[in-house]
Design a protein around this ligand. Structure first.
Ligand code: ADP
Ligand code: MG
Length: 212
Protein backbone atom coordinates (compact mmCIF):
# COMPACT_ATOMS: atom_id res chain seq x y z
CA UNK A 1 0.00 0.00 0.00
CA UNK A 2 1.47 3.40 -0.96
CA UNK A 3 2.02 5.54 2.14
CA UNK A 4 0.13 8.85 2.18
CA UNK A 5 2.11 10.20 5.15
CA UNK A 6 5.23 9.03 6.95
CA UNK A 7 5.17 8.93 10.74
CA UNK A 8 8.59 9.06 12.48
CA UNK A 9 8.94 5.26 12.44
CA UNK A 10 8.29 5.23 8.70
CA UNK A 11 10.78 8.05 8.20
CA UNK A 12 13.45 6.02 9.98
CA UNK A 13 12.64 2.96 7.88
CA UNK A 14 12.75 5.07 4.70
CA UNK A 15 16.18 6.49 5.60
CA UNK A 16 17.45 2.94 6.23
CA UNK A 17 16.12 1.94 2.79
CA UNK A 18 17.84 4.98 1.24
CA UNK A 19 21.07 3.99 3.01
CA UNK A 20 20.89 0.44 1.62
CA UNK A 21 20.24 1.78 -1.89
CA UNK A 22 23.18 4.21 -1.74
CA UNK A 23 25.50 1.52 -0.34
CA UNK A 24 24.43 -0.87 -3.13
CA UNK A 25 24.96 1.87 -5.74
CA UNK A 26 28.65 2.27 -4.82
CA UNK A 27 29.98 0.86 -8.14
CA UNK A 28 27.65 3.13 -10.16
CA UNK A 29 28.56 6.25 -8.14
CA UNK A 30 32.28 5.45 -8.18
CA UNK A 31 32.18 4.99 -11.95
CA UNK A 32 30.40 8.34 -12.38
CA UNK A 33 33.10 10.06 -10.31
CA UNK A 34 35.88 8.22 -12.19
CA UNK A 35 34.62 9.76 -15.42
CA UNK A 36 34.84 13.33 -14.11
CA UNK A 37 36.71 13.33 -10.80
CA UNK A 38 38.87 11.08 -8.63
CA UNK A 39 36.53 8.09 -8.34
CA UNK A 40 35.97 8.21 -4.59
CA UNK A 41 32.37 9.42 -4.51
CA UNK A 42 30.74 6.00 -4.20
CA UNK A 43 33.00 4.98 -1.33
CA UNK A 44 32.41 8.28 0.47
CA UNK A 45 28.64 7.89 0.15
CA UNK A 46 28.90 4.29 1.30
CA UNK A 47 30.86 5.36 4.38
CA UNK A 48 28.41 8.15 5.14
CA UNK A 49 25.31 6.00 4.84
CA UNK A 50 26.85 3.23 6.91
CA UNK A 51 27.22 5.84 9.68
CA UNK A 52 23.62 6.93 9.03
CA UNK A 53 22.38 3.38 9.62
CA UNK A 54 24.24 3.19 12.93
CA UNK A 55 22.90 6.59 14.01
CA UNK A 56 19.28 5.81 13.12
CA UNK A 57 19.53 2.65 15.23
CA UNK A 58 20.40 4.73 18.32
CA UNK A 59 17.42 7.13 18.07
CA UNK A 60 14.60 6.75 20.57
CA UNK A 61 11.00 6.09 19.58
CA UNK A 62 10.03 9.63 20.70
CA UNK A 63 12.39 11.35 18.23
CA UNK A 64 10.54 13.87 16.02
CA UNK A 65 10.73 13.72 12.25
CA UNK A 66 12.94 16.81 11.85
CA UNK A 67 15.47 15.40 14.30
CA UNK A 68 15.57 12.04 12.50
CA UNK A 69 16.61 13.59 9.17
CA UNK A 70 18.98 16.05 10.86
CA UNK A 71 20.66 13.25 12.82
CA UNK A 72 21.26 11.42 9.54
CA UNK A 73 22.85 14.57 8.12
CA UNK A 74 25.10 15.03 11.14
CA UNK A 75 26.22 11.40 10.91
CA UNK A 76 27.23 12.01 7.29
CA UNK A 77 29.05 15.26 8.05
CA UNK A 78 31.13 13.63 10.79
CA UNK A 79 31.93 10.41 8.90
CA UNK A 80 32.38 11.18 5.21
CA UNK A 81 34.81 14.08 4.88
CA UNK A 82 35.55 15.63 1.48
CA UNK A 83 33.47 18.05 -0.51
CA UNK A 84 30.46 15.83 -0.74
CA UNK A 85 30.46 14.76 2.94
CA UNK A 86 29.71 18.31 3.97
CA UNK A 87 27.28 18.81 1.08
CA UNK A 88 25.22 15.60 1.37
CA UNK A 89 25.30 15.91 5.16
CA UNK A 90 23.97 19.44 4.80
CA UNK A 91 21.24 18.18 2.46
CA UNK A 92 19.81 15.94 5.20
CA UNK A 93 20.60 18.23 8.14
CA UNK A 94 19.06 21.37 6.66
CA UNK A 95 16.23 19.44 4.98
CA UNK A 96 15.49 18.00 8.43
CA UNK A 97 15.55 21.42 10.09
CA UNK A 98 12.92 22.59 7.62
CA UNK A 99 10.56 19.90 8.99
CA UNK A 100 10.50 21.36 12.52
CA UNK A 101 6.99 21.35 13.96
CA UNK A 102 5.65 18.67 11.58
CA UNK A 103 4.36 15.45 13.13
CA UNK A 104 4.82 13.47 9.92
CA UNK A 105 5.88 13.78 6.29
CA UNK A 106 3.32 14.50 3.55
CA UNK A 107 3.71 16.18 0.14
CA UNK A 108 4.00 19.63 1.76
CA UNK A 109 6.63 18.24 4.12
CA UNK A 110 8.53 16.75 1.19
CA UNK A 111 8.56 20.20 -0.44
CA UNK A 112 9.77 21.82 2.80
CA UNK A 113 12.49 19.18 3.16
CA UNK A 114 13.76 19.65 -0.38
CA UNK A 115 13.63 23.47 -0.19
CA UNK A 116 15.67 23.43 3.04
CA UNK A 117 18.03 20.83 1.59
CA UNK A 118 18.66 22.71 -1.64
CA UNK A 119 19.04 26.10 0.05
CA UNK A 120 21.49 24.57 2.54
CA UNK A 121 23.58 22.87 -0.14
CA UNK A 122 23.69 26.03 -2.25
CA UNK A 123 24.60 28.21 0.75
CA UNK A 124 27.43 25.84 1.62
CA UNK A 125 28.83 25.04 -1.82
CA UNK A 126 27.80 28.14 -3.79
CA UNK A 127 26.71 26.06 -6.79
CA UNK A 128 24.03 27.37 -9.11
CA UNK A 129 21.96 25.24 -11.49
CA UNK A 130 24.10 24.64 -14.59
CA UNK A 131 27.43 24.27 -12.74
CA UNK A 132 27.21 20.47 -13.20
CA UNK A 133 26.89 19.43 -9.55
CA UNK A 134 24.37 17.65 -7.31
CA UNK A 135 22.39 20.92 -7.39
CA UNK A 136 21.42 20.10 -11.00
CA UNK A 137 19.32 17.20 -9.70
CA UNK A 138 18.34 18.68 -6.33
CA UNK A 139 17.15 22.09 -7.54
CA UNK A 140 14.62 20.79 -10.11
CA UNK A 141 13.41 18.23 -7.55
CA UNK A 142 12.80 20.98 -4.98
CA UNK A 143 11.09 23.18 -7.57
CA UNK A 144 8.81 20.33 -8.68
CA UNK A 145 7.93 19.48 -5.06
CA UNK A 146 6.91 23.09 -4.42
CA UNK A 147 4.33 22.80 -7.23
CA UNK A 148 2.85 19.57 -5.86
CA UNK A 149 2.06 20.27 -2.22
CA UNK A 150 -1.64 19.54 -2.83
CA UNK A 151 -1.01 16.04 -4.18
CA UNK A 152 -0.68 12.82 -2.23
CA UNK A 153 2.82 11.89 -1.05
CA UNK A 154 3.13 8.95 -3.51
CA UNK A 155 2.15 11.17 -6.46
CA UNK A 156 4.50 13.93 -5.32
CA UNK A 157 7.54 11.68 -4.81
CA UNK A 158 6.97 10.09 -8.23
CA UNK A 159 7.15 13.46 -9.96
CA UNK A 160 9.99 14.71 -7.76
CA UNK A 161 12.15 11.64 -8.43
CA UNK A 162 11.46 12.02 -12.16
CA UNK A 163 12.52 15.69 -11.99
CA UNK A 164 15.80 14.67 -10.35
CA UNK A 165 16.38 12.06 -13.09
CA UNK A 166 15.76 14.66 -15.77
CA UNK A 167 18.22 16.96 -13.98
CA UNK A 168 20.87 14.24 -13.89
CA UNK A 169 20.37 13.61 -17.61
CA UNK A 170 20.60 17.37 -18.32
CA UNK A 171 23.89 17.51 -16.38
CA UNK A 172 25.50 15.39 -19.13
CA UNK A 173 25.52 18.34 -21.51
CA UNK A 174 26.91 20.81 -18.94
CA UNK A 175 30.50 21.99 -18.59
CA UNK A 176 31.68 21.66 -15.00
CA UNK A 177 32.52 24.97 -13.37
CA UNK A 178 32.94 23.82 -9.72
CA UNK A 179 34.69 21.00 -7.86
CA UNK A 180 37.33 18.67 -9.30
CA UNK A 181 35.61 18.29 -12.68
CA UNK A 182 36.18 22.00 -13.36
CA UNK A 183 39.71 21.32 -14.62
CA UNK A 184 38.29 19.13 -17.41
CA UNK A 185 36.46 22.02 -19.05
CA UNK A 186 34.70 20.87 -22.21
CA UNK A 187 35.94 17.31 -21.66
CA UNK A 188 33.33 17.08 -18.89
CA UNK A 189 30.57 17.10 -21.52
CA UNK A 190 28.84 13.75 -22.05
CA UNK A 191 28.96 12.36 -18.50
CA UNK A 192 26.43 12.98 -15.73
CA UNK A 193 27.66 14.57 -12.50
CA UNK A 194 28.34 11.98 -9.76
CA UNK A 195 26.60 13.98 -7.04
CA UNK A 196 23.53 14.35 -9.26
CA UNK A 197 23.59 10.56 -9.67
CA UNK A 198 23.55 10.24 -5.86
CA UNK A 199 20.58 12.58 -5.54
CA UNK A 200 18.70 10.37 -8.03
CA UNK A 201 19.57 7.23 -6.03
CA UNK A 202 18.37 8.90 -2.80
CA UNK A 203 15.07 10.17 -4.22
CA UNK A 204 14.51 6.94 -6.17
CA UNK A 205 14.83 4.93 -2.96
CA UNK A 206 12.38 7.29 -1.25
CA UNK A 207 9.95 6.76 -4.14
CA UNK A 208 10.29 3.01 -3.85
CA UNK A 209 9.76 3.04 -0.08
CA UNK A 210 6.75 5.36 -0.23
CA UNK A 211 5.11 3.41 -3.04
CA UNK A 212 5.77 -0.05 -1.60
P1 ADP B 1 35.46 15.11 -4.00
O1 ADP B 1 35.17 16.09 -5.08
O2 ADP B 1 36.05 15.75 -2.76
O3 ADP B 1 36.23 13.91 -4.49
P2 ADP B 1 33.10 13.49 -4.09
O4 ADP B 1 33.75 12.78 -5.20
O5 ADP B 1 32.57 12.66 -2.98
O6 ADP B 1 34.04 14.60 -3.47
O7 ADP B 1 31.87 14.33 -4.63
C1 ADP B 1 31.91 14.97 -5.87
C2 ADP B 1 30.55 15.61 -6.07
O8 ADP B 1 30.38 16.68 -5.15
C3 ADP B 1 30.40 16.24 -7.44
O9 ADP B 1 29.98 15.28 -8.36
C4 ADP B 1 29.36 17.33 -7.19
O10 ADP B 1 28.04 16.84 -7.37
C5 ADP B 1 29.53 17.64 -5.72
N1 ADP B 1 30.12 18.95 -5.52
C6 ADP B 1 31.42 19.29 -5.55
N2 ADP B 1 31.57 20.61 -5.29
C7 ADP B 1 30.32 21.12 -5.11
C8 ADP B 1 29.78 22.41 -4.79
N3 ADP B 1 30.57 23.48 -4.59
N4 ADP B 1 28.43 22.53 -4.67
C9 ADP B 1 27.62 21.46 -4.85
N5 ADP B 1 28.07 20.22 -5.13
C10 ADP B 1 29.40 20.05 -5.26
MG1 MG C 1 35.56 12.46 -5.85
Amino acid sequence: MPKTTLAPDHAKAMILAVADAVIAAEPYLSEADRNLGDGDHGLGMQRGFTAVKEKIGTLGAEEAIDKIFSAAGMAMISSMGGASGALFGTLFRDGGKALAGRADLDAAGLAAFLRGACDGVQARGKAQPGDKTMVDALHPAAARAAELTGLSLPEAIDAVAAAAEAGREASKAMIATLGRAKTLGEASIGHPDAGACSVVVILGAMREYINA
